[in-house]
Design a protein around this ligand. Structure first.
Ligand code: UDP
Length: 240
């Protein structure tokens, strides 16, 4: 079930449910896409109507981040918990490896997607990575053709938001893939360039704090978390 969090529809799913739904989309005819809204997305969508519509048109919108869960509670329509893009992607790849589905990795700086592919195939034996492309291209056409020729079933689109969501909406169907997932900086994580927080911190909902220690320049972006909580409180008080 989707819940409206400050204008963005988010599925009330935890990771395992999200993975099951994602794998189901692979067997449905047509093209589908998954988005992973966090507080930054919600604030950006307030100012960017096209982005908001692309988010709301997604087949699956994961609550990626504790800030979205907090906001949902303040709004009085609580989400069960979060389902991060990284965890969703890992589960999806395990299911894909078991079913012989092909994955294309798109995004990040040159060389990162190849290294991610190398590591992911070691972690998920049987996973078929059918192609990679960096995220710094100027024309969509040749990239779409490359994905189409690779026969990909799934594309991980890691160009940062809102670029990756708009890219999926505009180009996804032409790639011939069944599913695209917008995954931000995930390829950097899969390639081992960026570490995730220790599990205890992830479970405590403190992954953001860990990222802040690792990359202090993110402070400006993270300051958006209290902003959406304030928006949620205002909306609740305003009876929305
Ligand atoms: N990126 C890209 N093409 C661009 C801009 C960004 O491939 O034109 C990549 C960038 O290299 C990084 C990812 O997109 O790997 C975005 O990372 P960010 O930290 O913004 O994502 P988050 O995980 O915070 O959503």
């Amino acid at each position: 079930m989707k819940k409206d969090i400050l204008g963005v529809s988010i599925d009330d799913v935890v990771t395992e449910e999200a993975i099951t739904l994602g794998l189901t989309l692979l067997d449905k005819p047509g093209f589908h896409y998954v988005v992973t809204p966090n507080p930054e997305f919600i604030l950006a969508a307030k100012k960017d109507e096209e982005f908001r519509q692309v988010l709301n048109g997604a087949d699956l919108a994961l609550p990626d981040g504790i800030g979205v869960v907090y906001a949902s509670k303040i709004l009085g329509r609580p989400l069960k918990g979060r389902a991060t893009g990284v965890d969703f992607a890992q589960g999806l790849m395990a299911g894909m490896a078991a079913n012989g589905k092909k994955l294309f990795l798109l995004g990040a700086k040159p060389g990162v997607a190849q290294e991610a592919a190398r590591r992911l195939t070691a972690v998920h034996p049987g996973l078929a990575v059918c192609g990679t492309h960096d995220g710094y291209f100027t024309e969509d056409g040749p990239v779409v053709e490359e994905i189409k020729a690779s026969g990909a079933d799934v594309i991980f689109v890691c160009l940062g938001a809102p670029k990756q969501e708009k890219w999926m909406k505009a180009n996804g169907a032409a790639t011939g893939a069944a599913l695209a997932v917008g995954l931000g900086g995930c390829l950097d994580v899969f390639a081992g360039n960026v570490q995730r927080a220790p599990e205890a911190m992830q479970k405590a909902g403190l992954e953001w704090l860990y990222r802040l220690f690792k990359e202090p320049k993110r402070i400006g972006r993270m300051a958006k978390l209290p902003l959406i909580l304030a928006d949620a409180a205002a909306a609740r008080l305003g009876g929305k």
